[in-house]
Design a protein around this ligand. Structure first.
Ligand code: B4P
Length: 190
């Protein structure tokens, strides 16, 4: 099964993806984690994206599409992929569909996590205080939210047309949200 966790920064995509990896043996494909690893390693890619991410802007489509393409075989060999933070633009969604189609696969479920803006800000600010991730400061968070609203939210109608999108209340505890996601995935597998 291939799943997209969809929603604004701080809605719980990364948190829930990790739970699914533990519970279902799926592979988490987080473009944010891959980009942060490249920055930490000081690679050419890391140098290219460091300032873009620190500003809260999206990195160019071709970079993240290539990162995902490289990891698809690994996900296919396991229980499937959890796309976390990808796709974030219509061009990325189209590229993902083409890559999966070429492999005889598709996106089986899109889970949209619903969390209000005050809660998003509280979560990201909390993580900034604990971990100091540069793009989690309240000012940069505004830019990330604006990028989500302008470039990523327009993907919703694209996926709604497939009939495979489900909304999950992301305001509960991590375990409550995980249970709601599990119920939605069991429906696909039933
Ligand atoms: P990401 O790493 O994807 O960051 P994100 O959208 O903020 O999601 P994240 O996974 O961090 O948050 P989560 O909800 O898990 O992207 C970072 C940057 O990378 C982007 O701004 C962009 O520059 C670049 N990028 C990445 N992918 C890209 C792409 N495809 N195209 C272009 N650019 C790309 O967690 C947030 C916090 O909430 C955590 O501290 C967590 O503990 C807490 N939390 C989660 N669930 C909770 C709950 N139920 N209750 C209470 N707290 C909760």
């Amino acid at each position: 099964m291939n799943l997209i966790l969809f929603g604004p920064p701080g809605c719980g995509k990364g948190t829930q993806a990790k739970k699914l990896v533990e519970g279902r043996g799926m592979v988490q494909l987080s473009t944010g984690d891959m980009l942060r690893a490249a920055i930490a390693a000081g690679s050419e890619l890391g140098l290219k994206v460091k300032d873009i991410m620190a500003r809260g802007d999206l990195v160019p489509d071709e970079i993240v599409i290539a990162l995902i393409e490289e990891r698809l075989p690994e996900a296919e060999a396991s229980g499937g992929a959890i796309f976390d933070g990808f796709p974030r633009t219509v061009a990325q969604a189209q590229a993902l569909d083409a890559m999966l189609e070429g492999r005889g696969k598709r996106i089986d479920r899109i889970i949209r996590l619903l969390v209000d803006e005050a809660e998003l800000l509280a979560r990201v600010t909390g993580r900034f205080e604990q971990q100091g991730r540069p793009d989690d400061n309240p000012e940069t968070f505004k830019t990330r939210l604006a990028a989500y609203n302008a470039q990523t939210a327009p993907l919703l109608p694209y996926y709604e047309r497939t009939g495979r999108t489900r909304e999950v209340d992301g305001m509960g505890t991590m375990d409550e949200v995980a249970a709601a996601i599990a119920a939605s995935l069991d429906e696909v597998q039933a």
